[in-house]
Design a protein around this ligand. Structure first.
Ligand code: IMP
Ligand code: MG
Length: 172
């Protein structure tokens, strides 16, 4: 692999995801929540998080694209739509990382067209310093600096998603 510096270890991530699961379980109690995972980056976070939630859940996936290499653009597109009918449902969008906020804004607006009861967001990582659109985020794993991160679902040109830790690309 190219040079990289570990930012969050496997154990740190598992501990934090467990804590997020406990917070979510407490907030939803016995109410059903639909976890909408934004592919591809959030798939590993979703897989761990959903097993730490002690509330009734349903799971669906949406896929968006906007990224080329490490440069972002506001051109978000949906490339895989929901399968469920989410009308009247409580939705929790599961994101890997929020950068400018364009992707999330687009997904929230799109989901709202389907008239859910509520839309909230959980993200593992929040690159708050890069935010261009302010969006309330109900649950945040870690706030991170403006560095390009890989691992635990996050990719660089589709590589490194399988790492069980998160690292900064190109740094030793
Ligand atoms: P936004 O639309 O600018 O908020 O970008 C959010 C999306 O960009 C995330 O869902 C990721 O797929 C991707 N992204 C942003 N920062 C990183 C990073 O550091 N590593 C890998 N992907 C990233
Ligand atoms: Mg993503």
């Amino acid at each position: 692999m190219e040079r990289s510096k570990v930012v969050f270890t496997k154990d740190q991530i598992q501990q934090r995801v467990k804590e997020l699961g406990a917070l979510i379980s407490k907030d939803y109690q016995n109410e059903e929540v639909v976890l909408v995972c934004n592919l591809k980056g959030a798939f590993i976070f979703l897989a761990d998080l959903c097993r730490y939630i002690a509330a009734p859940i349903a799971i669906d996936f949406i896929a968006t694209t906007s990224y080329k290499g490490t440069a972002t653009s506001g051109n978000v597109r949906i490339i895989k739509d929901l399968k469920m009918d989410i009308r009247g449902e409580k939705i929790l969008i599961v994101e890997d990382i929020i950068d400018t906020g364009y992707t999330l804004e687009y997904i929230i607006n799109y989901l709202k067209l389907h008239k859910p009861k509520e839309v909230k967001v959980v993200t593992l990582l929040d690159k708050r310093c890069r935010r261009l659109i302010e969006i309330p985020i109900a649950y945040i794993g870690y706030e991170v600096k403006d560095k390009f991160l890989i691992g635990y679902g996050l990719d660089y040109n589709e590589k490194y998603r399988e790492l069980n830790y998160i690292a900064e690309l190109g740094v030793e």
